[in-house]
Write a protein that binds this ligand. Structure first.
Ligand code: GLN
Length: 237
């Protein structure tokens, strides 16, 4: 049986998306402008530039000014004084390796930033969701769920379908690429997205883990959620 056949709604084979490709605009601005939200993008490996494009569109839609800070090493994060973080998909094993490399040490710094306060807005997609739910660094999970890697099968079992983004209260285009599956949610794990009767998005505080790739769809709702949540928090402060 095909891994997707148990879900409701039509599924389509995965296609290459319009946003994949080079994206060479400079987002990092050294001169810090007042009132601008600083969003950190974990640049370890995988789908990073499409997140930049999605964040830009979300910024334009919401009218909230942002700077995207590319995070490659721990000192990038320390320097940036971030309001939110995006952890893209990719290959979690590679991301753990490169992120724990003593030269980069990015992953421990990112985890420390996230764990400091559960209100800090974080969006983790696919492998990013794996790292949030299963950090494997001896510390606490950042999202209260258990997750199983590659649980939909191999690359050929990647698919697109419509899912229910419960946290956005609407349907959402779900792009699943060698996606993991949540096997359990804990008491702090709020359901944020469902595919049929399966949980595909879990939120703990303002940390959102999605097993799919919202950045590869035309809907920037989850990126807007990140920006708008961060903006509301800075307004409160
Ligand atoms: N299969 C990858 C992993 O296990 C996740 C795939 C993705 O991020 N698209 O890390």
């Amino acid at each position: 049986m095909d891994a997707t056949s148990r879900f409701h709604g039509p599924t389509r084979p995965l296609r290459v998306f319009q946003f994949i490709g080079t994206y060479d605009r400079v987002h990092f601005r050294v001169a810090r402008r007042r009132g601008v939200l600083r969003i950190g993008l974990v640049m370890l490996q995988g789908a990073r530039h499409v997140h930049m494009a999605a964040l830009e569109r979300a910024s334009a839609e919401s009218g909230i000014d942002i700077e995207v800070h590319e995070l490659r090493k721990a000192s990038d994060l320390e320097a940036a004084e971030l309001h939110a973080i995006v952890m893209p998909g990719g290959e979690s094993t590679t991301m753990r390796l490169t992120g724990n490399d003593p030269v980069s040490s990015l992953l421990p710094a990112v985890f420390e930033w996230i764990r400091a306060d559960s209100a800090r807005p974080v969006l983790g997609t696919c492998a990013g969701a794996i790292l949030l739910s299963d950090p494997q660094d001896g510390g606490a999970k950042m999202v209260d769920a258990a997750i199983d890697r590659n649980a939909f099968g191999t690359q050929t079992n990647s698919f697109q379908t419509t899912l229910e983004a419960t946290s956005l209260q609407r349907e959402f285009p779900g792009v699943f690429i060698r996606a993991p599956r949540f096997t359990q949610t804990g008491p702090e794990g709020e359901v944020a997205a469902m595919l049929g009767d399966e949980v595909v998005g879990v939120k703990t505080g303002n940390r959102l883990a999605l097993t799919f790739h919202p950045e590869l769809s035309s809907d920037v709702g989850f990126h807007r959620w990140l920006i708008e949540t961060a903006s509301a928090l800075t307004a409160e402060a």
